[in-house]
Write a protein of this length. Structure first.
Length: 274
């Protein structure tokens, strides 16, 4: 009998897997035990599933969220991204066919599905499938506690509503303390690129980047400002090419100290005037 799709074997909210690889029995409506749906598959069964289903199965059984802007790298095994690209390319080929594009005779689109799959997984959405880049941290030996600003960092993302590009810049303000970790200047760009290379909305992207930096640097204050052009606004709908979106996150000292916040924002304004 063919395997059922993953959706047919969801994990029950209260059942825990037993050592035998099955859910522990649980009571029916009158207290009598009955068999629970299977939670775990054998290695042989897993290998028969497409790569996307294997990855999704691990996420579901671990009860891990896998929204568009979540990183799922720890659930991807060696060699599965190559399989996933083939799977995505096949689906995209169906999309092109549904758009009534003759990819057999149109030399410009004969390899488009493969190129798109590679672009999405290896580049545009790489922040979903790749682990956090290695970032060397240094102790704050000199106990620096002055405002530091990094930016503008050029970032690229994609709107999760229409999968249209988002191009923008991020400025980061750090107020370290004696217990803070200091990271190299280029590492701010690496972390920003990792977070932004996912389908998402700008408001959530800036918050996610702030969370990563807060956990890694542990400063007294953290401030982020992002300004970006959204092609879901430029290409479709009202087709307004002049409107950009600006949003900010202020934490710690930047949230409590109006003078510090004012200093940070005034320095950004001077930088933009140049």
């Amino acid at each position: 009998m063919a395997d059922k799709p993953l959706a047919a074997v969801p994990a029950p909210p209260s059942a825990a897997p037993s050592a035998a690889g099955h859910a522990a029995p649980h009571s029916g409506p009158h207290g009598a035990p009955h068999a629970a749906p299977r939670l775990l598959r054998s290695d042989e069964e897993m290998q028969r599933l497409p790569a996307s289903e294997r990855i999704r199965y691990r996420l579901v059984t671990a009860e891990r969220r896998h929204h568009a802007n979540d990183n799922i790298a720890e659930f991807v095994r060696a060699g599965e991204l190559a399989e996933l690209k083939l799977e995505v390319a096949a689906k995209l080929q169906d999309v092109l066919k549904a758009l009534v594009i003759d990819t057999d005779s149109d030399h410009n689109t004969q390899q488009t599905a493969e190129r798109m799959a590679k672009m999405y997984i290896d580049e545009v959405f790489a922040g979903r499938y790749r682990p956090m880049p290695a970032v060397t941290e240094f102790p704050n030996a000199e106990r620096l506690n002055e405002l530091m600003i990094v930016g503008p960092i050029n970032v690229r993302s994609a709107c999760s509503h229409h999968m249209c590009p988002i191009f923008g810049k991020v400025w980061i303000g750090i107020l370290p303390n004696e217990h803070s970790n200091l990271i190299g200047l280029s590492k701010y760009s690496r972390i920003a690129d990792w977070v932004m290379s996912r389908p998402q909305i700008q408001e959530e992207a800036v918050t996610m980047l702030a969370n990563e930096l807060q956990a890694r640097v542990r400063p007294d204050g953290l401030a982020l400002v992002m300004e970006a052009d959204h092609f879901c606004l430029h290409w479709r709908g009202v087709k307004d090419t002049d409107t950009a979106m600006v949003n900010s996150v202020m934490r710690g000292a930047f949230l409590k100290d109006a003078n510090l916040r004012r200093e940070f924002l005034s320095l950004l304004a001077r930088k933009q005037e140049r």
